[in-house]
Design a protein around this ligand. Structure first.
Ligand code: TYD
Ligand code: MG
Length: 470
């Protein structure tokens, strides 16, 4: 007789301990540890006997053995196919995370319909809505005529039984993994154990049947896929659907992909008739530009293999507070502090008595260090009260010594800038003479850029020094 053992699982990160504690040692979350049945118990419950079977002998293979080419299934939604790495791989499991209401169900219903129209069998299982709600949405999207098989169900056993009855589908969409429950695990629905056991069963189904399975996962307020952090390790690809709810566009990003690149970006626009693909996102992100105001600089960025131009906006105003405000949207706050320190220490631009607001236009989030130069340009421009030339882009990394360093993909960035009518680019040294239509101007030190933008210095510099002395 197996002695029933309890274990304690953090519902935030999935860490397992043998004792209960008020705070998880692994992730630091309070009150997140819950008692659950041990894995051995789960296995016993699943199989009716202790989980000890005799292994079989495997045929070992060599690394250079011929491989069957992975056929990929293309949905026809270009932005979606790009992020999955050129289509969905049969038998793979994909997790899509995102805030509630961002449009995950809409995206997947559209992808399901597109695939079904290409004569693939697609099953859409919703655990959150009634079938009527999904039908209404499909009608609104003009997808109701696509032969998608629809079910509203939350029991994993029932779902697997239903899927097993027909021919293996090409794609199964599960919306969402948090609503599922399986009798294999004893814990209540929504707990890490349930989510993990449900995901495990569906992933096993994917591997055995060759059907691709897409799991929708909710995201907590701090941006993690709630509970199933653990699921991220189990699936083949993790995609995030994000966007500023006050803007129409939505970004699909890969953060893990066993079958393709992870840095691709898909851009969609939420319209009355569902999500529309945005083929040229730079035009969209530069759409509402006001070129006469100081503090705006256009950054020639890269998202994966795709160049993307976006406006960086800065507002630098004298502060009335003892500790000036620093507020950043769409960029890394620590990186901003670094640029501010370099401007102060290496370029003589006084900023410590100023409130600073920085925003990436359009709700985009930038992680590239290449944005340093554009951020610095927008800060200097706002501080000096001088608008930057409207037809110039910026890219380059700034080091702590105040040097401007080279970044990858310079030709791609320049090509995109030229395509959108930009005539010049401020770039790191050794980029070269630029391309037809977009001339480059190299800056080796950030202080050179300061002199170029504000050759007359900063009008209020002396004044602010005096008031500081008072
Ligand atoms: P939904 O796909 O339900 O989000 P999620 O599954 O991520 O929670 O999308 C809900 C939002 O999308 C809702 O606020 C309305 C909006 N929407 C449109 O603007 N146009 C449409 O055609 C559809 C279907 C939804
Ligand atoms: Mg939904």
């Amino acid at each position: 007789m197996v002695k029933r053992q309890s274990r304690f699982v953090c519902q935030n990160c999935g860490a397992v301990t043998t004792r209960w504690a008020g705070r998880c040692d692994n992730c630091g979350e309070w009150n997140s540890i819950v008692e659950e049945a041990s894995t051995a118990d789960i296995m016993t419950a699943a199989t009716g006997k202790a989980a000890r079977t005799k292994g079989r002998r495997l045929e070992l293979s060599s690394l250079d053995a011929p491989i069957a080419a992975e056929p990929r299934v293309i949905t026809g939604i270009g932005e979606f196919d790009r992020v999955t790495g050129g289509g969905i791989v049969p038998g793979s499991a994909i997790l899509i995370g995102g805030d509630p209401g961002i449009g995950k169900s809409t995206l997947l219903l559209q992808a399901a319909a597109a695939l079904a129209r290409r004569n693939h069998r697609v099953v859409y299982v919703t655990g959150e809505e009634a079938t009527a709600q999904v039908q209404l949405r499909a009608r609104r999207l003009g997808a109701d005529t696509a032969p998608v098989a629809l079910a509203a169900e939350t029991s994993v056993e029932t779902i697997l039984e239903t899927l097993g009855a027909g021919p293996a589908p090409t794609l199964v969409v599960i919306d969402s993994i948090q609503t599922l429950h399986t009798s294999v695990a004893e814990a209540s629905p929504g707990t890490v154990t349930q989510v993990r056991a449900s995901a495990q069963a569906l992933i096993r189904y994917a591997k055995l049947s060759g059907a691709a399975v897409i799991l929708v996962g909710h995201v907590t307020k701090d941006g993690q896929i709630a509970g199933p952090r653990v699921v991220e390790h189990m699936v083949d690809a993790v995609l995030t659907f994000e966007g500023d709810p006050s803007h129409a566009f939505r970004l699909l990003r890969g953060s893990k992909n066993r079958f393709g690149p992870t840095d691709e970006l898909g851009v969609f626009e939420m319209t009355g008739g569902g999500l529309a693909e945005v083929a040229n996102p730079s035009e969209l992100f530069l759409g509402e530009r006001d070129t006469s105001t100081p503090g705006a600089a256009v950054f020639a960025g890269m998202e994966g293999t795709r160049p993307l131009l976006v406006e960086i906006q800065a507002l630098v105003t004298p502060s009335r507070l003892g500790t000036p405000r620093r507020s950043v949207i769409g960029w890394d706050g620590a990186r901003l502090s670094m640029i501010l320190a370099v401007l102060e220490a290496r370029c003589g631009v006084a900023l410590s008595a100023h409130d600073i607001y920085l925003a990436v236009a359009g709700g985009l989030r930038i992680a590239e260090p290449a944005a340093d130069l554009a951020v610095a340009a927008s800060l200097i421009s706002s501080r000096a009260g001088v608008a930057l030339p409207a037809d110039v882009v910026y890219f380059g990394e700034v080091s702590l010594s105040g040097r401007v360093r080279a970044v990858p993909h310079a030709p791609g960035r320049l090509k995109e800038a030229a395509k959108l009518g930009f005539r010049g680019a401020i770039v790191p040294p050794q980029v070269g003479a630029g391309i037809d239509g977009c001339a480059t101007s190299e800056v080796a030190l950030l202080v050179n850029l300061v002199h170029r933008i504000a050759p007359a210095g900063f009008a209020d510099e002396r004044q602010s020094t005096f008031s500081g002395d008072d």
